[in-house]
Design a protein around this ligand. Structure first.
Ligand code: GRF
Length: 193
C-alpha cells in the first residue's frame, strides 16, 4: 500500500459537506502515534461546509468540487487523489452519492459513518424516524461503502439507549458524541492496529 512521504501512515482523504465534527475528531485522531492514517486532503462538494475551517486550522490541503456534473466532479477528485497518493477515503457527512465506477477504484478503501444501527434506518432523517417508531435503542455505524446507500459491510457499531422524552436534538447530540469515538476505533480495526 502507498504511504505518504515522511511517515508510515496511510495517506487519507476525508470527504465532507457540512459541519465537520467527525472530520475534527479524525484530525485529532490522526495526530496520535497509534493512528494508522495521515490526513492529506479534505474534499468538500460545497464551499459553505463549516468543516473546511479544520483544513485551514490544521494546514491540510482542501479542495472544493462542484458536483453539478458528477462525472467531471469525480474525474477531478480522482486526479487530486492520485496527485496526493491517497489510498484511503473516509466519508464524514458527505452528502453526495459516489458512482459505482468511482467506488470500484478504491476497493475496500472507502468507509462511511451513519447515525443509526444499520441495516436499520438507512438514508436521511434517521433520528426522527427512530423516534416515530418508538425504538428503544439507536446508535451509529461505520461501514464500508458499496454502490448501495448505507449498505456496505459493517465495520463497527455503537448502540445507545433512547431516554424517555428523547428529542431529535438530544438524540442527535448523544449519537454524535459516540460517532466521534467510534470512527477512529473503526479505522484502527480496518488496519488492525
Ligand atoms: C453525522 O451524523 C454522520 O453520521 C452523518 O452526517 C453527520 C455529519 O456530521 N453521515 P459532521 O459534519 O461530522 O458534524
Amino acid at each position: 500500500m502507498n504511504q505518504s512521504p515522511g511517515n508510515n501512515k496511510i495517506s487519507t482523504a476525508i470527504f465532507i459537506s457540512g459541519r465537520g465534527s467527525n472530520l475534527k475528531s479524525l484530525v485529532n485522531f490522526s495526530k496520535k502515534k497509534t493512528s494508522p492514517i495521515h490526513i492529506n486532503l479534505i474534499i468538500s462538494n460545497t464551499k459553505k461546509a463549516k468543516g473546511l475551517k479544520y483544513a485551514d486550522l490544521n494546514k491540510i490541503q482542501k479542495k472544493i468540487i462542484n458536483f453539478k456534473k458528477k462525472n467531471s466532479a469525480e474525474k477531478n477528485i480522482l486526479n487530486m487523489l492520485n496527485k496526493k497518493k491517497i489510498n484511503f477515503i473516509c466519508l464524514a457527512g458527505f452528502m453526495k452519492v459516489l458512482s459505482k465506477k468511482f467506488i470500484s477504484k478504491f476497493p475496500g478503501k472507502i468507509i462511511n459513518i451513519h447515525p443509526s444501527l444499520l441495516p436499520k434506518y438507512k438514508g436521511l432523517n434517521t433520528h426522527l424516524r427512530v423516534l416515530q417508531n418508538n425504538e428503544k435503542f439507536s446508535g451509529c455505524t461505520v461501514h464500508h461503502v458499496n454502490k448501495h446507500i448505507d449498505a456496505g459491510e459493517i465495520i463497527m457499531q455503537k448502540k445507545i439507549k433512547i431516554s424517555k422524552n428523547e428529542t431529535v436534538n438530544s438524540l442527535s447530540k448523544k449519537i454524535l458524541m459516540e460517532e466521534h469515538k467510534l470512527y477512529p476505533k473503526a479505522i484502527s480495526k480496518v488496519f488492525l492496529v
